[in-house]
Structure formats: C-alpha cells, structure tokens
Design a protein around this ligand. Structure first.
Ligand code: PLP
Length: 387
C-alpha cells in the first residue's frame, strides 16, 4: 500500500463526520446503544466497536489502522507510552517458570522490566550479545518462550540479524518481540522479516514534535486479540483520544521528516568523522560501523541518532563542550524536531566511571529538523572551547 495514502487517508471515513478533512477528537468515555441486542453485540466485539474508550475509541481506531498498515500487519494497539507497549508485549507471553532471552543494552526500562520486575513473577531472563545468532541458540532452554530484540539499540546501535533470529525462533515456537523505535516501520520491515510483535515508542519519530508520550504494539490478529483481552483491558494503559489525534496529525509529515533527518544526520556524521577532535563515531550507515553490511541489508532508513567519543582530557572538558552547545538542547528522548545531546557522564557521579558501560567521553547526538549549517556552526564553536 502506498505510504502517503496510509498517512493521509487510510482509516478516515470522512462522510461519518460532516466530511471534515481532519478527523474529530472523539472525547467521549462511553458510547450509547439503541437496543439491548446492539449492546450485546458490542460486548463480544469490543476491540472493533465503540463501546468504552478503554477498549476502543473512534479517533484511536483511525490511528490503529494506519500504524498496522504501515508495518504490513493485521492490527495494532496504542498505549499511553512505549514502556507500556513493551510491558504488554512481554507480560502477554510469559507465565511463572518461563525463560526469556533478551539482547544486551536494551532500553533502560525494558531492562528493568525483564531483570527486576519479572523476577517477582518467577520469569527468568538471559541477556546475550545479540550480534551473533549462535548466542540465541546457546541461551535457549526448554523453558524459553520469548526473545526480546532491539535493533539497533538507541545508544551504541548493535544489530541483530532479524530474519535469521525470527526464523530460528519460529522453528522452536518462541515468540519474538522487537523494539523498532530507532527505524520506524518505514525504515525496517520487522513483521515481513518474520517477527511476531513490533513495538514502538511513538513518542519518538511518529509523534515527532516532542509533545506526546505514546507506544504502539503491532502484530497479527491472534496476538492482538490476546493482548487486547488481557494487558490492554486489564492494565488499561491506553492513549487519550486527544493524544491519538496529535499522532495522526504528526504522521502526515512522517516521510518528509524522516527524509530530512537522514540527510542532515549524514552530513553531521561526515563532519564529525573528519573532525580532529573526534575520536570515534558510531552510526549504523557509516562505513566504519562494525555491522555496516547487515545494516544495509535490513534497514532502508537510518535514524537521526549517532554516538561520538570526543577527544578530551577529562570529564570537565566534556561538560564544557556540552554546556557550550546552544542549538543542540541537552535532554533525554529523541525523534522530535529539535536536535539533542545526552552525555554518558550525566549517568554517573562526576569522575567516577567504575560502573559505566561507556567511555567518559561518549555523547549521544540526535539530529532534528534544524538547518545543517546552523548545527555545524554550533558544534564548531563548542569544539573551539575545548581546543
Ligand atoms: C523511549 C524509548 C522507549 C520507551 O518509550 P516511552 O514512550 O518513553 O515510554 C522504548 N524503547 C526505546 C528504544 C526508546 O527510545
């Protein structure tokens, strides 16, 4: 299906609401029925009928159709955050005594869910280096029911061979979940590569304007029905109609934003790679990336995130560099209109790197929608301060 058609028209039944071009925000918690029979039918088809907004809402329903179509899947559910979508995907597929295999360095709250929260429910987890398929094979036991993938991750960008892992999992009856936030469904076709559940933090590129927190869970119909009936309705981490509307609105420009972000990121990455004050740049579409070929194979788009190690004597200099940037904002998250940095040294007490997985001079960059020359100027003046 044509992507621009999905973003601009799919799911929008305009004749149902006065032929308005923009869909209404259906700000109603419940929906009324004329007959007992109609209400009875709604109870058994809650996922597809407007009955109660915790289950289904007409504005959210438009969004669900678009994100399922974008990923090439049957259906999708929308949550109030990416973390809620991750938790729903995992909780729907494990029970006491089960074992999960997860790739190293996933998103921090995915890590906490798997390695601390799930322990209370007697679910064990093995973390592996996911860059080799053999590590999945070796970590799999008789009780393994789920593989959690994140490719690339959002700080150092390690990839998994998605097709190979999904095929091996399928043969063992293991459910695969992937956090595809980095690439979006446009940049990486996980469902088509055989993954069972695709998750997104919609807060990032789909929202794109740093004003909504939301999550997507995309899968085939049987899996969606399962998650809808338990994790969505029971835990109830739903999105509000207004936030769903903001996402529909933002996604009109998703393709344009992604194209612009990639173009600018490539220019900034090239500048950094050639800069004498930069030690190392990590970016999946960069020739120096250790899994460059796999990235080219399974990703059609590479995001606005990259990580660089800056040449510096000490943390003090890294802090001076970061504090000197004016256009780049210092903040968590990414995928919005604004360029960002987050230095690894903010995760630890000053000059105490003993617990760190990253060198002290690591900074993650996110490239937004500002003009490239404007961004380069900002970097140049900050580098001057630490010459
Ligand atoms: C931000 C993020 C999440 C969590 O999403 P929220 O919308 O913040 O709950 C999950 N995975 C990745 C890779 C993320 O960057």
């Amino acid at each position: 299906m044509d992507i621009s058609y999905i973003l601009n028209h799919l799911g929008e039944e305009r004749e149902e609401y006065f032929n308005a071009v923009a869909p209404p925000i259906m700000q109603s918690s419940n929906f009324a029925f004329k007959t007992v029979q109609a209400l009875r039918e709604a109870f058994v088809n809650e996922k597809n009928v407007a009955l109660y907004t915790r289950g289904n809402n007409p504005t959210v329903s438009i969004l669900r159709k678009k994100i399922a179509a974008l990923a090439g899947a049957d259906d999708a559910l929308v949550f109030s955050s990416g973390a809620a979508a991750v938790a729903a995907a995992v909780m729907a597929n494990v029970k006491a005594g089960d074992h999960v295999v997860c790739v190293a360095k996933p998103y921090s709250w995915t890590n906490k869910l798997l390695n601390s929260y799930l322990k209370r429910f007697d679910v064990s987890v093995t973390m592996i280096d996911g860059t080799s398929i053999q590590n999945f094979v070796d970590a799999t036991t008789e009780t393994t029911v789920l593989y959690f993938l994140e490719s690339p991750n959002s700080f150092t960008f390690e990839l998994q061979d998605i097709k190979a892992v999904a095929a091996f999992a399928k043969a063992q009856n293991i459910v695969t979940v992937i956090d595809n936030s980095y690439c979006t469904s446009i940049g990486q076709r996980c469902i088509e590569m055989g993954v069972d559940i695709e998750i997104h933090s919609a807060t990032k590129y789909y929202g794109g304007h740093s004003d909504v927190v939301a999550g997507f869970l995309i899968a085939n119909q049987a899996m969606i029905d399962k998650v809808f009936g338990t994790e969505l309705l029971n835990i109830g981490g739903i999105i509000s109609p207004h936030d769903a509307w903001l996402l529909i609105r933002s996604m009109r420009t998703l393709l344009l934003r992604l194209a612009q972000i990639q173009k600018t990121t490539e220019a900034v990455v090239a500048f950094m790679e050639n800069h004498p004050q930069v030690e190392k740049v990590i970016y999946p579409f960069s020739k120096s990336f250790t899994q460059f070929e796999l990235a080219q194979q399974q990703m059609t788009w590479c995001g606005g995130l990259f990580t660089a190690e800056i040449k510096a004597k000490d943390t003090e200099q890294i802090e001076l560099f970061c504090n000197s940037l004016e256009t780049f904002l210092m903040a968590v998250s990414w995928g919005g209109h604004e360029s960002l940095i987050i230095p690894a040294c903010s995760f630890y007490p000053k000059d105490d790197y003993r617990g760190s997985t990253f060198p002290f001079n690591t900074i993650r960059f996110y490239i937004g929608l500002e003009n490239v020359d404007f961004l380069l100027q900002d970097l140049k003046q900050a580098f001057k301060k630490i010459e």
